[in-house]
Ligand binder design. Structure first.
Ligand code: PEP
Ligand code: MG
Length: 324
């Protein structure tokens, strides 16, 4: 099986009826790019920049960040690279920021909330990204967006930094797509409004599931409620994809779900454009997609969305696609 998968390294991801989807990888550091290329990813769907900020005594400089982003973009040779701006807080702490302890860190001062408040830090990252943009195909994505206002503010700050760099005579790419993670239920519900303003969405199921089910993604005692296949989650995902497509925008998924064998036919049925996962899952999923028909899968969409429980969905998908 591994040998069969290895043959797919240089192939585009194509379903049996000739529909192309993009298979991308999630990375945490420039060192991960080697694995991305070895596994034949068509791009990077999520570069988690938190690791640049973690395990050290102070914030990374603009120069350090620029080097990291440039390295990744150059090594990807023009393939799309979605870089997520700092998503700190929740489970990921930065001791040197010296932030007060919170009762509910996952519902607290984190990610874009923190970046819109600590703007010097945010602007430094954006400048590093903008300067790196001329070395490849950069897309910028904001994490944990709950309201349109947050997206507008973040984008406005990005454009301000871009204008400043241009005024300083520094080269910046003029076709950087700007998108957002959909990982808060409010954004998933209101996706039709967001879709008018973003260039793309990437669905973060790791958080979207925990927030929708009100079940901490790290708490064993409520893990039975952490249900990717709950129809409530699937309706949100489907809503996001439909809303984006109505506005001609593309949708990816960078949560763990994107690489799950059971999720792949469902997401194909819903019309997901890009699947981003750990590099080691790419060839397995490419091989699976090759055997699936987009047209046949999409006929099951309404039926799946009309189900009442995760169990029903799981049993149906297993039976229909002969999975165990
Ligand atoms: C997610 O929430 O699904 C996601 C991809 O981001 P993270 O796991 O880094 O929170
Ligand atoms: Mg997340």
């Amino acid at each position: 099986q591994k040998a069969e998968w290895a043959k797919l390294v240089n192939e585009p991801t194509m379903t049996s009826d000739g529909h192309h989807v993009e298979l991308a990888a999630n990375i945490g550091t420039p060192n991960d790019v080697e694995g991305v290329l070895n596994n034949g990813a068509e791009g990077i769907g999520l570069y988690r920049t938190e690791f640049l900020y973690m395990g050290r005594e102070q914030l990374p400089t603009e120069e350090e960040q620029f080097e990291a982003y440039k390295t990744v973009l150059e090594r990807m040779e023009g393939k799309p690279v979605v870089v997520r701006t700092l998503d700190i807080g929740g489970d990921k702490e930065l001791p040197y920021l010296d932030l007060p302890k919170e009762m509910n860190p996952f519902l607290g001062f984190r990610a874009i909330r923190l970046c819109l408040d600590m703007q010097d830090m945010f602007r430094t990252q954006l400048r590093a990204l903008l300067r790196a943009s001329v070395y490849g195909n950069l897309k910028i994505m904001f994490p944990m967006i709950a309201t349109l206002d947050e997206f507008r503010q973040a984008k406005a700050i990005l454009l301000e930094e871009k204008e400043k760099l241009i005024a300083e005579g520094i080269a910046v790419s003029d076709d950087i797509e700007v998108g957002m993670m959909v990982e808060i239920p409010a954004a998933a519900v209101l996706a039709d409004q967001f879709a008018k303003e973003v260039d793309f969405f990437s669905i973060g199921t790791n958080d979207l599931i925990q927030y929708t089910m009100a079940a901490d993604r790290m708490n064993e005692r409520v893990s039975y409620l952490y249900q990717p296949y709950n129809p409530a989650i699937l309706r949100l995902i489907s809503n996001v994809i439909d809303a984006a497509h109505k506005e001609g925008k593309w949708v990816g998924m960078c949560g763990e779900m994107a690489g799950e064998e059971l999720a792949v036919p469902i997401l194909l049925a819903f019309g997901l454009d890009e699947f981003s996962m750990s590099a080691t899952s790419i060839l397995r999923v490419r091989s699976q997609l090759k055997k699936l028909s987009k047209q046949e899968a999409s006929r099951l969409k309404e039926q799946i969305l009309a189900m009442g429980t995760a169990e029903e969905v799981v049993n149906f998908v297993k039976k229909t696609f002969d999975l165990n």
